[in-house]
Design a protein around this ligand. Structure first.
Ligand code: NZQ
Ligand code: ZN
Length: 385
């Protein structure tokens, strides 16, 4: 059955080549003082940093670089201090999902007297936010058009997702040209993340045929274009397809009336909290093993995925064989792009499996469709070694 739902997405998207020309107009309604937030320096190398300054000549720009992949709460704390000290009017994030995620916490943390970590831990629910927008440079997370953010606390070894209706960007500039310089390994990470978001939403209890069709065709589109971008990383149209797919992949327009499972993301966040690996590396290892684990619980759903997405020929095969073949095809497809398939490839052995399983299951429910216990997670991680 399709659930009732309310959908509203207030983020304005400016998609395409040269859309940065609208930047100053988009910001001008909010004031003149801007904090520019960016990561480890890729925007300086590819010219975006200079472009921002030339577009914003009439504004007073403060800046904070160094947002980490797997962004830290400590960086958000630093930015909040700068904002308060200088009465900043607008926060501009330029970078990948980590920079956008960090901006979200800074935005709501600015108006909270306590520690922003309380917001991530859901001890405080924000009531006011500093307006922020972004210029996205990496197609992956969908953070540019959703209210979610994932923040790491190194001291407590936690990496936690949180969201707030106040955490949508006011606008996102999506110019595929800015993704030309993303290294191929990160490009693959983005593709795996995009596909994982679609797969998480595909595995739902409601089976809305409209969403099923959208997700199946979106996944097939990404799978068609992924190998092409590795051949031609500076091809505008290919980068544009992948950028658009990543945004649609997690702006929740693929979840109308449905509720995805999201257990793989829960497990991955626990793994990357302990080991600080790239989010998508964890996903490409865990998701196929999670699918194999849930196969006996929902053979028909996995079978549909195998046939409609992975093009498995069902003739003379049992439902289980079809499902398994589809999962293994997904795994070898990601491997063919260069993504890891075993935890050992990213330097993880069995030492902390119990700890990661405890972190992953430290929530009311892990896996909204196929609920997982700590033991289930241990088994999935063991089979991922
Ligand atoms: O830091 P800089 O120097 O900018 O370099 C980054 C970083 O090293 C580099 N990069 C980005 N754009 C580039 C570029 N290098 C060259 N040219 C460019 N144009 O790529 C590296 C990774 O960047 P990052 O922002 O960390 O990657 P991504 O966009 O994949 O974000 C990952 C984070 O998002 C979270 C993940 O858990 C992880 O912390 N997620 C956020 C979600 C959300 N908000 O909805 C959902 C996701 O499932 C995910 O959990
Ligand atoms: Zn993800």
């Amino acid at each position: 059955m399709i659930n009732n739902f309310i959908y509203r997405n207030p983020t304005k998207i400016l998609f395409g080549k040269g859309q940065i020309k609208h930047l100053s107009k988009e910001i001008s309604t909010y004031g003149k003082k801007i904090l520019l937030l960016y990561g480890g320096g890729s925007i300086k190398k590819n010219g975006l940093y200079d472009e921002i300054y030339s577009q914003l000549k009439d504004f007073e720009i403060f800046e904070l670089g160094g947002v980490e992949p797997n962004p830290r709460v400590s960086t958000a704390r630093k930015a909040i201090e700068i904002i308060r000290k200088n009465n900043i009017d607008f926060l501009l994030a330029a970078g990948g999902g980590s920079t956008v995620d960090c901006a979200k916490l800074i935005s709501v943390g600015t108006y909270y007297d306590g520690d922003p970590w309380d917001i991530v831990k859901k001890k405080y629910f924000p009531e006011k936010a500093l307006p922020f927008g972004d210029i996205l440079t990496l197609a992956a997370t969908g953070s540019e058009m959703n209210p979610g953010s994932v923040i790491t606390n190194i001291e407590t070894e936690e990496k936690i997702g949180w969201s707030s209706p106040l955490a949508y960007p006011k606008f996102s500039i999506l110019d595929p040209v800015y993704t030309f310089t993303v290294p191929l390994s990160q490009t693959v990470n983005g593709i795996v993340d995009t596909m994982s978001h679609m797969i998480e939403q595909y595995f739902n209890a409601e089976h809305n045929p409209v969403m099923d069709g959208l997700i199946e065709s979106s996944l097939k589109t990404v799978m068609k274009y992924a190998p092409l971008v590795l051949e031609s990383p500076h091809n505008y149209d290919i980068r544009a397809v992948l950028m658009m797919s990543a945004t649609i992949g997690l702006n929740y327009s693929l979840s109308w009336g449905t509720m995805g499972d999201w257990a793989t993301h829960g497990i991955e966040h626990a793994v990357s909290a302990v080991y600080d690996i790239a989010h998508a590396e964890g996903l490409s290892i865990i998701m196929p093993n999670w699918l194999l684990y849930i196969l006996p619980k929902d053979i028909l759903r996995v079978k549909q995925f195998a046939i409609n997405v992975m093009d498995v020929n069902p003739e003379e095969k049992s439902d289980e064989e079809i499902g398994k073949e589809g999962i293994l095809k997904l795994q070898s497809y990601w491997k063919s792009l260069g993504a890891p398939t075993h935890l050992s490839e990213v330097g993880i052995d069995s030492t902390n499996i119990k700890k990661m399983a405890e972190i992953a299951t430290d929530r009311p429910v892990l896996g909204s469709v196929y609920n997982l216990t700590k033991n289930d997670v241990i088994n999935i991680l063991k089979s991922s070694l």
